[in-house]
Design a protein around this ligand. Structure first.
Ligand code: FPP
Length: 236
């Protein structure tokens, strides 16, 4: 394997516009988006990239028309039911990150079920950000820490905050790919992506292919990551 990132996050944007361009309802774009995700999961396994985090529903997505919100909730839940067996066979571990307090019973049940079913899998870690916001995640981590009587103010450091995020086992993001043409982070993984490289493509998510992924990976291998240090590694 080349020098590929070990953890990539994807903002799967452009479903709605892709469908509208075809005079189809936006929901058609989301449905096709699931098919793309299935292909991209296969490609990750083929390329040997161990971790993928995708943005499926943000804390801001509740502001969409109720019909679309309802569709996205049901698509997510049904996708879990329909794909769990194959994902399990592919040795994919599924983790859902995000707020759980305002999700409906059925969605919650499916989340817990697929996490349990796939917890020992280790080929690909697929984290699905659902009802997720980067700021919400940091707020929730702070609340969790403040409720813990064993945490002393003087001991608060990066490691402790990382441990109190939705899933303490999720590694730092090395590369963020955003499809659909916009160039912003949209409240995604604010803590975890502190040193991530960013990649933007105009391709709408339903059309994003294994080849497009390969192109993004090739670009990553050509980038020099410095983590705030100097190019040549010299100390000042
Ligand atoms: C952004 O496109 C996409 C979403 C808000 C939803 C992404 C959801 C899926 C791909 C399917 C559900 C996922 C799982 C894991 C089952 P947009 O609607 O913002 O598109 P637009 O910018 O063109 O309007």
């Amino acid at each position: 394997m080349q020098n590929y990132p070990s953890h990539i996050a994807i903002i799967m944007d452009g479903n709605g516009r892709w469908a509208e361009n075809k005079n189809m309802p936006r929901t058609y774009g989301h449905k096709k988006g699931v098919e793309t995700l299935k292909e991209i999961v296969k490609a990750f396994i083929e390329f040997g990239i161990p971790s993928l985090t995708v943005y499926a529903f943000s804390t801001e997505n509740w502001k969409r028309p109720p019909k679309e919100v309802k569709y996205l909730m049901s698509l997510f839940s049904k996708t879990i039911e329909n794909e769990a067996e194959e994902l399990n066979q592919q040795n994919v571990q599924i983790n859902i990150i995000g707020r759980r307090n305002n999700l409906d019973e059925k969605v919650l049940k499916n989340i817990e079920w697929i996490e349990k079913l796939t917890e020992n899998n280790n080929k690909l870690e697929l984290n699905i950000a659902f009802n997720y916001g980067g700021r919400a995640e940091i707020i929730d981590a702070v609340k969790k820490m403040m409720k813990n009587p064993n945490i002393d103010l003087n001991n608060i450091n990066q490691e402790l905050i990382s441990k109190n995020l939705y899933n303490p086992n999720i590694s730092n993001i090395e590369y963020i790919i955003r499809t659909g043409g916009d160039k912003r982070i949209s409240n995604f993984l604010l803590w975890e992506s502190a040193y991530a490289e960013l990649y933007f493509t105009d391709t709408y998510w339903p059309e994003f292919s294994k080849n497009d992924l390969k192109k993004a990976l090739d670009e990553f291998t050509n980038r020099k990551r410095k983590f705030g240090a100097l190019d040549n590694g010299d100390d000042l």
